[in-house]
Design a protein around this ligand. Structure first.
Ligand code: ADP
Ligand code: MG
Length: 443
């Protein structure tokens, strides 16, 4: 439909040769055959198209021309979360381009509060996320999530976005990874569209910036983000950030950013305990319509204890294995599937639940008693032994071990560890028991 607005020769030379490759976040990336084309687009074609589309779209589209050799400026987006080539076709050929601009292209529909399982490691983060979604800019600004890979930081950020849009459909929500922010910024300089960049980032009600550890080393980007932050903060707009570590542990992050990030609330997300892992697996199994015995879910939950993405991946592997073999899912099938597909890595890794089971059997107590708080000797010793072995045989941190033992403080774990170390030295009977347990656990 553009051919009416351009002369035939212009159209044939400059426009027909271009192909849209990605559309996200009101931004269209167009691949053009050469640098010459790119410059022509920037100077002449882009402004005309943007103007032509502004009325029907209701906003100013950003068009980024690139040559095949240049990286896609939007690349840092998770491809699974951006639009497909089908969508892009729509964008250029259909009569109703507005159809592709369904609210916020960056939010993954699966990542909502509904699908988020709340457990010990994430309940504070979850509560803060809800508070911020309900009352943006009021409670915690910025809200800062930190924690290891695959623990639900991105999921919670998207959930905040969804919830806010549900409460206020006209709210402007923007989710980006720190890399996308950096790319957008650099691009805006290259294409002299800094004003648009600022509009885009400062005219929002909620800005979610994921994985800001990647701001390390990017001096110019940090500078720009500092101003973005200030503008939003002064306007009482909500900012939510995530990182794999605390702000002051991010190398080369400007001190003034570090201090601003501390203005609000920082919450860590720690790995889920056994019960939460089971609940996550159960939810996932239900969502995928999988029929899996509880015992098998427990088995899988016992194998993967530090990354929810891996946990979910394991479940899907088991499922794939069972359908390949046309058999129902059982624990031995799961063991087989995880062994053959995942090698030694996880299968041989000793986990705290395995230790607890073994120790409980050995001393004729229950796992619940190990996790409980009863202070009778017949339980206290096994409990301390189990904590001792967890510390010795796994690389779990002290708080993590405490968590697996019914949410005890890490000082309790230290105490148990020291107590058993000392007892072993003076009590050959206990020493033999611990050695036996160690040997059995390490076969
Ligand atoms: P992170 O951003 O911390 O690396 P993600 O948010 O990408 O982790 O989570 C990894 C995967 O685990 C996603 O598929 C996510 O949906 C899932 N997940 C994480 N935490 C939970 C939870 N509490 N309940 C359900 N699914 C979760
Ligand atoms: Mg993430």
């Amino acid at each position: 439909k553009f051919n009416e607005s351009f002369s035939t020769i212009t159209y044939k030379t400059w426009i027909e040769t271009a192909k849209p490759i990605q559309f996200a976040d009101k931004t269209l990336v167009v691949e053009v055959p050469s640098k010459l084309h790119r410059d022509y687009w920037t100077q002449s074609v882009t402004p005309q198209i943007v103007e032509m589309l502004q009325e029907p779209l209701g906003y100013k589209l950003t068009i980024l021309p690139k040559t095949p050799d240049e990286p896609n400026p939007l690349e840092a987006y998770d491809p699974a979360e951006s639009l497909t080539s089908e969508d892009l076709k729509d964008e250029t050929t259909s009569e109703t381009p507005s159809k592709v601009f369904v609210k916020n292209a960056q939010l993954n529909d699966r990542y909502t509060f509904d699908t988020f399982v709340v457990g010990k490691g994430n309940q504070l983060a979850h509560a803060a996320a809800l508070a911020v979604a309900e009352e943006p800019g009021v409670f915690y600004n910025p809200l800062f999530f930190y924690g290891g890979v695959g623990l639900g930081k991105t999921h919670l950020m998207h959930a905040i976005g969804h919830q806010m849009l549900e409460n206020r459909p006209n709210a402007k929500v923007k989710y980006v990874t720190s890399e996308s922010f950096a790319n957008d910024f650099i691009n805006s300089i290259q294409t002299k569209r800094q004003e648009e960049f600022r509009q885009e980032y400062r005219n929002v009600d909620l800005l979610l910036v994921d994985d800001i550890q990647f701001f390390a080393d990017k001096v110019g980007t940090q500078e720009e983000f500092f101003h973005t932050f200030n503008a939003l903060y002064d306007d009482k707009k909500q900012i939510v950030l995530s990182s794999d570590r605390l702000p002051n542990e991010i190398p080369k992050l400007q001190q003034r950013l570090v201090s601003r990030f501390k203005w609000g609330l920082s919450v860590d997300i720690t790995p889920p305990d056994f019960e939460t892992r089971i609940a996550i697996l159960r939810n996932k199994a239900k969502a995928e319509h999988l029929d899996i015995p509880n015992e098998t879910l427990s088995y899988i939950a016992g194998q993967f204890d530090s990354n929810i993405r891996e946990l979910e991946g394991a479940l899907m592997r088991v499922q794939a294995y069972s359908s390949m073999n046309h058999t129902t899912i059982t624990t031995s099938l799961a063991a087989e599937a995880l062994k053959s597909l995942n090698g030694k890595d996880h299968n041989n890794k000793l986990t705290i639940p395995t230790i607890q089971n073994k120790v409980a059997k050995y001393y004729h107590v229950t796992v619940a008693e190990l996790k409980g708080r009863k202070r009778v000797k017949a339980i206290v010793i096994p409990r301390q032994v189990a904590m001792y072995l967890s510390r010795e045989l796994t690389d779990s941190s002290l708080p993590r071990i405490g968590q697996e033992f019914g949410g005890k403080d890490h000082t309790t774990v230290i105490h148990a560890y020291e107590k058993i170390t000392e007892s072993i030295a003076n009590d050959p009977g206990l020493e033999r028991e611990v050695d036996e347990l160690k040997a059995e656990l390490q076969v």
